[in-house]
Design a binder for this molecule. Sequence first.
Ligand code: 13P
Ligand code: SF4
Length: 357
Amino acid sequence: MDNISISTPDETTLGAAAQKFGVIEKPDLEYTDAVAEEMAPMYERVADVIPSIEWPFFAPYIKAINELKKKRNAVILAHNYQTPEIFHCVSDISGDSLQLAREATKVDADIIVQCGVHFMAETSKLLNPDKTILIPDQSAGCSLADSITGADVRLLREKYPGVPIVTYVNTTADVKAEVDICCTSSNAVQVVESFGVDRVLCIPDEYLAKYVATQTDVEIIAWKGHCEVHERFTAEELRNYRKADPGIKIIAHPECPPDVLAEADFTGSTSGMIDWVQTKRPQKVIMVTECSMSDNVAVETPGVEFVRPCNLCPHMKQITLPKILDSLLYMTDEVTVDPEIAARARLSVERMINLNN
Ligand code: 13P
Ligand code: SF4
């Protein structure tokens, strides 16, 4: 657990958000008897997924963060891959990329703290240009977002004139500004079919594009981007799990390679997978996706046994309670997008949201 907190910035290094909202002094983070008693009901809920030895460290941070949110009129958005102490104990809104993008348009707060990766915070900024968007660690990136640039998309336009370009939301604002519309893993097929044409470019995730191609008659042209977490799962490991326990259910995220998806009983976005488990209530399930999600779902689905082939997203794991606290104290790291790029990128995100509505 990363417990190194950013030291208090001096006046001269304060960013624009800190100048606007002011800096708050670090609260006492001691695990006293009073803190233990106050936080005990919360721990009871997450006791199966947070070891008791870690709670004395987490509890004072959780208490301080929840108090600070009120003081700052801030909300915390957390992606399904955030660790349980963030997902269950400090977040106000949680979900998959599409849900977070939609909820970001509805929040009545001055400040949004995005617990997820950078492209998610950028999307929140696009949809909330007047709000202050903070990410607890600016370096929380994504291998898919890193796989393509706006210049690459302009070259694709030249190579495939007239072919609509759909980008997965796991991209920078620069890329979103160059495409026709965004999609997420939960609406990619619907978005691709919305053009009513025979051929669509679907970037940057090659495996999501291949999955979409299996669900539609539209010809899909893919890019070669991959998620460094999902590309590591193999069909063989899933077959071995199934051999060991033929009754097990396997559900997978469409960022996995095609031969992995072929082994799955269900394929869907992170929230699609959660809904599936909550509705079907299998006895034993493998969620073929980032590790923390099984922990988060397990809290809400007692009686379901989770087998956890664990692939961590190192970027999602950059977000920790100490960094969230620092974010709210010192108003760091603020996420901004060049207004000209933001105007065009916003259109791509809004087209997707309007289509879903
Ligand atoms: P979802 O939109 O399914 O939450 O996926 C986002 C992501 O980064 C998966 O790796
Ligand atoms: Fe990006 Fe993969 Fe991490 Fe999701 S899990 S943020 S796609 S690297």
